[in-house]
Design a binder for this molecule. Structure first.
Ligand code: 5GP
Ligand code: ZN
Length: 145
């Protein structure tokens, strides 16, 4: 389903132009208009969903399969030295367009902005780490087969 207020839905429909590098029935992959590096691209599922909380599991799995294929292809074409896959959810995490998308960001030795995507670190005591770990232990009954 499309969301009429969504810029990526308009791009998917071809109402807003984009540099498209891949398209199939389920996905469109476009170059980011404001790229972090040469070749920075976005995987867009054609079905509108806002984020990781809304996307269905099958589409999410297929996003990763496509990311894997494109990472190999783009690395070969661009001769880049590494790659980031990045996916932001909610404003606090840096999401600015509320249609799920996976960033594909080629990285190059010597690029002037190679410190993007690094973060400063928080410190937690051993007790706090235990508490966090216990809270996050995933229930066995929900684990994948
Ligand atoms: P987010 O911050 O939500 O993870 O990423 C949104 C990305 O979409 C940004 O990197 C931004 O540059 C890109 N973007 C926003 N509007 C457009 C657009 O109209 N066309 C294209 N190609 N990219 C866009
Ligand atoms: Zn949309």
């Amino acid at each position: 389903m499309r969301n009429n207020d969504c810029i990526f839905c308009k791009i998917i429909a071809g109402e807003i132009p984009s540099c498209t590098i891949y398209e199939d029935g389920a996905f469109k992959v476009i170059l980011d208009v404001n790229p972090a590096s040469k070749g920075h691209a976005l995987i867009l599922p054609k079905e509108h969903c806002a984020d990781i909380y809304e996307i269905d599991e099958e589409t999410a799995a297929n996003v990763m399969k496509l990311a894997k294929k494109l990472t190999h292809y783009m690395t070969e074409q661009l001769r880049c030295d590494g790659f980031n896959l990045l996916q932001n959810n909610h404003e606090v995490a840096g999401q600015t367009v509320y249609h799920f998308h996976m960033h594909l960001i080629p990285r190059y030795h010597g690029a002037r902005n190679n410190d993007i995507l690094r973060w400063s670190h928080e410190t937690f005591s051993a007790g706090e780490m235990d508490e966090i770990c216990n809270k996050l232990k995933f229930p066995e009954q929900f684990q994948a087969d």
